[in-house]
Write a protein that binds this ligand. Sequence first.
Ligand SMILES: NC(=O)CC[C@H](N)C(=O)O
Length: 216
Amino acid sequence: MNASPRIFVTQREIYITDTDEKRDSLDQHWITFLLKCNLLPIVLPSEKSLVKQYIQLFPPDGILLTGGGDLCLFGNGNREREEVEDYLLDWAREYSIPVIGVCRGMQLLQTRDGMNLERVSNQITATQKIIVEGTFQTVNSYHVWGTKETSDNYYVWAKSEEGIVKGILHREKPIYGIMWHPERINPYRVEDQKLFECIFTKRMDHNRTTPTECLR
Ligand SMILES: NC(=O)CC[C@H](N)C(=O)O
């Protein structure tokens, strides 16, 4: 049996007021979703020095920047998490390792590339129609920051009906962003499973593929 691709998974921070604790935290659905995609999740602490060592010891085949929480630029983000994610993104770009940024993860991809996020309306909803290269799909959505355009380095492959950018792909690197939460949809969408499996498994040769190719 071939080993499943190793996917480094970043975590959000949850602050517990009663005990004054900062906890790294991950929705358990991420684990079941990634296993369903035949991927091996490796959950990362928000500590860059450790993540550097992990990369040396067992370099990943893909990187997942999970969502939840805000970016530091909005004033209440988690600095340690963002340091880890910035480091992973620099490393992934250098070695052309596939990356998927989910919601806040995609926002990080965009802001690192010079995009200004703006407040967007109607993007907190259990179901939302998005247009993926000409066809409608139904997803969920949970964000207040977004854009109607993206930088020239990225290609937009999904938008909401009102024109909010929902899916991006880097023009040269296998770096993808989505503005919905595959792990929070029950049952998991087949399209999301295909996308994750294709990006992280079929592209182990580290080429870039389009989402449409993945969904075929
Ligand atoms: N769902 C998320 O990842 C949250 C993103 C960010 N907090 C926003 O509201 O835009």
